[in-house]
Ligand binder design. Structure first.
Ligand code: G3H
Ligand code: 13P
Ligand code: NA
Ligand code: ZN
Length: 305
């Protein structure tokens, strides 16, 4: 069933597990996300970025909504990194049930102002809102506290931000970053900061940049002719620890991009004569489903729906 983000995330924060929020850009990705969630009895979120809206528009939103409505588990359709009030309103009109306004690059007061406006509009429609405080970006293990504080989310500021905006869930900067290159080896996650922020707040917390960039998928990418540098993602143990301490929404895009591409590459490499799209995107969908299943197990949302 199609539900709001709050319907899914409030129980997750209370139950100390994480909900996967996966980016989609087409039917196969959407099917892999929702059908794997159904198989595992897991609540799930499907998110479209502004780029996804540009690419797939209302057609793609309708595919997500239709599969979500017929699903046997709760599913929310979420706007990822909405950049403006206008963008948020557009997504609300398109039928999204969860909206992110990301004004985190603005100074605190402006971030509050932009977020507040979106919260008022979305709440009037019964839709829940994510906002962000702090700057995403990988941090080096050795950097001094002052430097970390410059861009990682400040716990006291998070409390004021939540009070002043009425945001339903909050994305915090804790050391993760977007993409396939999150740092050398095992990227550093500021667990103490997560626990501090969680101890001062009660709303669900959100981790962006949470792809694991599994070594096995990276190897298959290379083996099938892909080129990729020093790829690194968030360790399963770090995600497990974070979801046990207040992180309720876990954003994943890169892992599905890699999985989809690996699936396509492997078929085309093994079968150069193949040109039936179903024989190309079907296996790609299966690779994505395996990656999603692993993630849902790590997050602990299996059996919660
Ligand atoms: O955080 C960004 C997501 O990975 C979406 O990326 O804007 O290229 O669709 P995109
Ligand atoms: P990844 O690049 O780690 O998949 O993060 C995606 C994300 O945060 C989307 O908002
Ligand atoms: Na988001
Ligand atoms: Zn993000």
């Amino acid at each position: 069933m199609l539900v709001t983000g709050n319907d899914i995330l409030v129980p997750a924060r209370a139950g100390k597990y994480g909900v996967g929020s996966f980016n989609t850009n087409n039917m196969e990705i959407t099917q892999a996300i929702i059908h794997t969630a159904e198989k595992l009895r897991s609540p799930v979120m499907v998110q479209m970025s502004e780029g996804a809206i540009k690419y797939g528009g209302q057609d793609l939103a309708n595919i997500v909504k239709d599969i979500a409505e017929r699903a046997t588990v709760p599913v929310a359709l979420h706007l990822d990194h909405g950049s403006s009030y206008a963008s948020a309103l557009k997504a609300i009109k398109m039928g999204f049930t969860s909206i992110m306004i990301d004004a985190s690059h603005h100074p605190f007061e402006e971030n509050v102002h932009e977020t507040r406006r979106v919260v008022e509009a979305a709440h009037a429609m019964g839709i829940s809102v994510e906002s962000e405080l702090g700057r995403l970006g990988g941090i080096e293990e050795h950097i001094v506290v002052d430097e970390k504080d410059a861009f990682l989310t400040d716990p006291e500021e998070a409390v004021r931000f939540i009070e002043q905006t009425g945001t339903d869930y909050l994305a915090i900067a804790i050391g993760t970053s977007h993409g396939a290159y999150k740092g050398k080896g095992r990227p550093y996650i500021d667990h103490e900061r997560i626990e501090k922020i969680a101890s001062l707040t009660s709303i669900p917390l959100v981790a962006h940049g949470s792809s694991g960039v599994p070594a096995e998928i990276v190897q298959r990418f290379r083996d099938s002719g892909g080129e990729i540098g020093d790829a690194a993602g968030i360790a399963d143990e770090d995600l497990q620890r974070a979801t046990g301490h207040g992180i309720a929404k876990v954003n994943v895009d890169t892992d599905l991009r890699l999985a989809m591409t690996v699936g396509v590459r492997e078929v085309l490499k093994a079968s150069p004569k193949e040109f039936d799209p179903r024989k190309i995107f079907g296996p790609a969908r299966d690779v994505m489903a395996q990656v999603i299943e692993h993630k849902l197990r790590v997050l602990g949302s299996v059996g919660k729906a």
